[in-house]
Design a protein around this ligand. Structure first.
Ligand SMILES: Cc1cc2nc3c(=O)[nH]c(=O)nc-3n(C[C@H](O)[C@H](O)[C@H](O)COP(=O)(O)O)c2cc1C
Length: 297
């Protein structure tokens, strides 16, 4: 099936997915109680930031029994993304994308998902510390159903912006700092430790690719998996067990989930969903939860 999907242009599968996800489905009732630091979820395997940037598919995604859903990344104000083509395939089971952080703006996204009773994270992006802090304050104030905030400090769209300027962030909601393969990892690990935040390891790997409208983008999927594992190992050995770490990068099988959960507190999936469909995340969540009950509440 995934081999067949590799033949279809990514723009076609993206539009098809958009139409299917717009169907209003009820949330999954199956719950495996799980904890990622201070955050309670319905299991260890969630949907990564970027699949549902606008909050339009959150309810439909919750039907497929993910442990949690990360909505976004949002920006403080509406923002147009890059010019297409926005994505290209890379074999096996990988992608290069350059969406350019399109967003209708955080207030619109939060209002769309405000009635959803499911473990939700919001991922925020921004080009200045003020833009990030304004969004953190907004989620604190209006995001009553938001369990945690992911701070995207590693989008390839930033072109390295945050490496020198990562602010010390304060939040009443649990924060997870998202790093990328080219981030200055040690600085971010210290930031997470000092601030009492969690980490997400990793965002996509920035590369050049002339098939994309802007000539460059970020690699996700299987290609990213070994790199993610090395970063995860480094992060865990530096931080010890105190800091919660969520892993993202090419996870698509139960075997991978089990390997990752030896080091990470949870897993996020995106490219695997684009290749295998949204039921993948529920399947991975169920198999991981059955295998690992030592972290259950
Ligand atoms: C199409 C696409 C859009 C993405 N958008 C975002 C985003 O808005 N914010 C973010 O933090 N990460 C974004 N990511 C990165 C993913 O959340 C994830 O970290 C990365 O793709 C590795 O996981 P995967 O291999 O399971 O896709 C995006 C990835 C893809 C493929």
């Amino acid at each position: 099936m995934a081999d067949l999907i590799e033949e279809i242009p990514p723009e076609v599968t993206r539009r098809l997915g958009k139409a299917l996800f717009a169907i209003p489905l009820p949330s999954c009732r199956r719950k495996t109680r799980w904890r990622i630091g201070l955050v309670e979820t319905n299991g260890p395997v969630g949907v990564a930031a970027g699949l549902d940037k606008e909050g339009l598919y959150t309810r439909a995604l919750s039907y497929f029994c993910p442990g949690f859903i990360v909505v976004g990344s949002t920006t403080a104000k509406p923002r147009r993304g890059n010019k297409p083509p926005l994505a290209a395939r890379l074999r096996p089971r990988s992608l290069i994308n350059a969406m350019g952080l399109p967003s209708p703006g955080l207030p619109v996204v939060l209002s769309r998902i405000s009635g959803i009773d499911y473990p939700l994270f919001v991922s925020i992006a921004g080009f200045t510390a003020e833009e990030l802090l304004a969004q953190i304050r907004y989620v604190e104030r209006y995001g009553h159903n938001i369990a945690a905030i992911e701070v995207n400090l590693s989008s390839p769209t930033y072109k390295g912006l945050w490496d020198e300027a990562a602010p010390l962030l304060e939040s009443k909601k649990p924060l997870f700092i998202k790093v990328g393969p080219t981030s200055e990892l040690r600085a971010y690990l210290n930031l997470a430790k000092r601030g009492g935040h969690g980490l997400v390891v990793t965002n996509t790997l920035p590369v050049s690719d002339q098939r994309l409208g802007v000539g460059r983008g970020g690699v996700s999927g299987l290609w990213l998996y070994p790199l993610m594992m090395r970063m995860l190992e480094r992060a865990r050995s530096y931080l010890g067990r105190d800091v919660p770490i969520i892993a993202a990068g090419g996870v698509m099988s139960c075997k991978q989930v089990k390997a990752v959960l030896r080091l990470a507190d949870a897993v996020e999936v995106l490219t695997g969903i684009l290749y295998y469909g949204p039921q993948l995340v529920g399947r991975l969540n169920a198999c991981a939860a059955a295998d690992l009950d030592n972290k259950r509440i």
